[in-house]
Design a protein around this ligand. Structure first.
Ligand code: PGA
Length: 256
């Protein structure tokens, strides 16, 4: 079993004001000091990175939700991994389904994974199928995502990546969404580990943290972490309310 669970809050395009971003981040930072068995990250909008980087601590790491695939140059509107690193960002979400929906392909995401690693940051690679079919073709979707998003990346670097399995059909913003179960999570965790193990060998694959995300809240967090055996969680909506987010962190901290 892995040492520390990892809880990543994905704030998406929230909160509305810098004042609220500051106050929520500070509230969480104060409370997480007491929790030593969990790694906590909050992935915030770019505009808050500079300010929240000053508040980030050993107990509460700062994450970004996106990054340029390019190292530097004339790319209007883009932010490089090195720029993020300069403001104390430690993690970067790449390949989120909401960005794939805007046209990001596996090959493009692979380039982002590489720039994030080159800047010394940890990529949180999101993968997950849009639908579940009875023929289990969704396993092939996830396998292709893993193989193509990690193509060309050295085996030792793959071991440092965090994978977030986020079935799109369970994410809170998906119309007619439905809940995933700890069993769904466990099945996919085993499968992802196997695909990784075929790519980099069993012992390096074992080092990769595999998180679950998709409408996680304080009621089902325990199930995904214990029965579902997830190495951590990636809540979106539930991370916007510090009280609820802290409950999830506490659950992860207390799990043995
Ligand atoms: P959700 O978001 O918890 O609101 O479903 C998770 C995500 O999309 O990363």
């Amino acid at each position: 079993m892995r040492k520390k669970k990892i809880i990543v809050g994905n704030w998406k395009m929230n909160p509305k004001t810098p004042a609220l971003a500051r106050s929520n981040f500070t509230t969480i930072k104060k409370e997480v000091r007491a929790y030593k068995n969990v790694t906590v990250v909050i992935a915030v909008p770019f505009v808050y990175i500079s300010e929240l980087g000053k508040l980030a601590s050993a107990g509460l790491a700062l994450g970004a939700q996106n990054v340029s695939a390019e190292k530097e140059g004339p790319y209007t509107g883009e932010v490089s991994a090195e720029m993020l690193a300069a403001y104390k960002t430690k993690y970067v979400i790449v390949g989120h389904s909401e960005r794939r929906e805007l046209g990001e392909t596996n090959a493009f995401i692979a380039r982002k994974v590489k720039t994030v690693l080159a800047a010394g940051l940890t990529p949180i690679l999101c993968i997950g199928e849009k639908d579940r079919d009875h023929g289990m073709l969704y396993l092939g979707v996830v396998k292709t995502q893993l193989e193509e998003c990690l193509a060309g990346i050295p085996k030792n670097s793959i071991a440092k990546i965090v994978i977030a399995y986020e079935p799109v059909w369970a994410i809170s913003s998906t119309p007619n969404r439905r809940d995933a179960t700890p069993e769904d999570c466990e099945e996919m965790r085993i499968y992802i580990r196997k695909v990784l193990s075929d790519m980099v060998g069993g012992s390096l694959a074992d080092e990769v943290a595999i998180l679950y995300g998709g409408s996680v809240d304080e009621k089902d967090a325990l199930g995904f972490l214990s029965k579902g055996n997830a190495d951590g969680l990636l809540p979106g909506r539930a991370s916007l309310n510090p009280k609820i987010f802290l409950k999830i962190i506490k659950i992860a901290n207390e799990i043995r």
